[in-house]
Design a protein around this ligand. Structure first.
Ligand code: 9MR
Length: 360
């Protein structure tokens, strides 16, 4: 009985040992290009093996969920900091930089901010005052450790052009922010509040399907117009929720080049490449449950990751950080059967890991 247990254990130790002895980590391999980041949950920073992996491989971290508005500010005047504080402390103790994610978003938002006591929408001014209070409080608390903030997440609509009464494309998602304001002022205000709170943090606009030519054009136009009007936007976050079939390297390169025209900082903020045809940050998707990942799919995935990193290295003058969305397939919001990350469900590097790391 013992022998049966020992054998797989030994195999695991050997695999782990071989990995531990590998010369370079991802962050070392990319030190002349950009930081390599990871989105973490609470297990990742408390389990000793997982936190060792985080420390070994990454020099930037993002809280997957724990710094979002609904997590830290569930009701007016009620702040719940424990989980966010734990992540910030982990970064402080281990010399890892922290990307702040996210000050404002239509999901996982403090829904109470939009309503009065009768559950009617508040006025625009009340919303702005609540946003300012939230942004100032969060930014001030993590000022010493957060080097950049995703200030607003996912304000641009998906899909084809939607002409307004004047024939112009209405590019904004019809979120509660938009319904209350009727225009993009809520985005401008959020950036202004974040800059007031911390003049030194880099401020990002972050979105998904950002390589889709229509959406890319909408993001580019919005950022260009806002920057020309003095809105303090430093960077664009390309989320990077891709799949093995797309976006094409041409569309990725075109998007980075376009964004580089309007900002000095580009981060890939939420990278994962799933093995089916879905992509994006929407919450409706299949988990690919029970499906076997074929060799052909694995090779396609390696090629897609290799192309992505090649493009980002070419643009390393503007691309400062590439962050994987989750530590391993086991942690992935997409589910382990979507096979999206360089570390497998047992926290072991896949062949993909070496494709990304050993690019030379
Ligand atoms: O990975 C996050 C998942 O655990 C949450 O359930 C989900 C809820 O909205 O948010 C996921 O992260 C999102 C990120 O914050 C913003 N871009 C899209 C990501 C995937 O939905």
């Amino acid at each position: 009985m013992k022998r049966f247990l020992l054998l797989p254990l030994c195999a695991l130790c050997l695999a782990a040992g071989a990995y531990a002895q590998e010369a370079q980590s991802l962050k070392d391999a990319y030190k002349d290009y950009f930081m390599i980041g990871v989105a973490v949950n609470q297990r990742n920073i408390s389990d000793s093996l997982q936190s060792a992996l985080v420390k070994r491989e990454f020099n930037s971290m993002t809280a997957e969920n724990d710094m979002k508005p609904a997590s830290v500010h569930p009701a007016a005047g009620r702040w719940t900091w424990e989980r966010a504080d734990r992540i910030a402390d982990f970064c402080r103790q281990n010399g890892i930089k922290l990307r702040g994610h996210t000050l404002m978003w239509h999901n996982q938002m403090c829904d109470w901010m939009f309503y009065d006591a009768e559950h009617h929408f508040v006025s625009k001014d009340t919303l702005f005052q609540r946003m300012r209070d939230h942004i100032h409080t969060v930014v001030n608390r993590y000022k010493d450790i957060v080097y950049c903030w995703d200030v607003f997440n996912e304000c641009i609509a998906d899909g084809p052009r939607r002409p307004d009464a004047n024939g112009r494309d209405q590019p904004l998602r019809e979120s509660k922010f938009y319904q209350i304001c009727g225009n993009d002022e809520f985005i401008r205000k959020a950036f202004e509040y974040a800059r007031e709170a911390d003049p030194h943090a880099l401020l990002f606009y972050n979105d998904y399907n950002e390589c889709d030519p229509v959406k890319c054009d909408r993001i580019y136009t919005m950022i260009k117009t806002m920057k020309a009007a003095g809105v303090p936007i430093d960077g664009i976050g390309m989320q990077g929720h891709y799949n093995i079939y797309g976006p094409s390297p041409e569309d990725i390169e075109a998007a980075v080049s376009k964004y580089a025209e309007v900002v000095d900082h580009i981060h890939v903020t939420e990278l994962d490449i799933r093995v089916n045809r879905e992509m994006g940050g929407q919450l409706q998707f299949s988990h690919n449950e029970g499906a076997t990942v074929t060799d052909e799919q694995k090779h396609k995935q390696e090629a897609q990751y290799a192309a992505l990193f090649r493009i980002m290295r070419r643009h390393a003058d503007k691309v400062n950080c590439v962050t994987f969305w989750n530590l391993s397939d086991r942690d992935s919001w997409l589910g382990a059967d979507n096979y999206p990350l360089p570390f497998d469900r047992n926290y072991q590097p896949k062949p993909l890991y070496r494709v990304i790391r050993d690019f030379e």
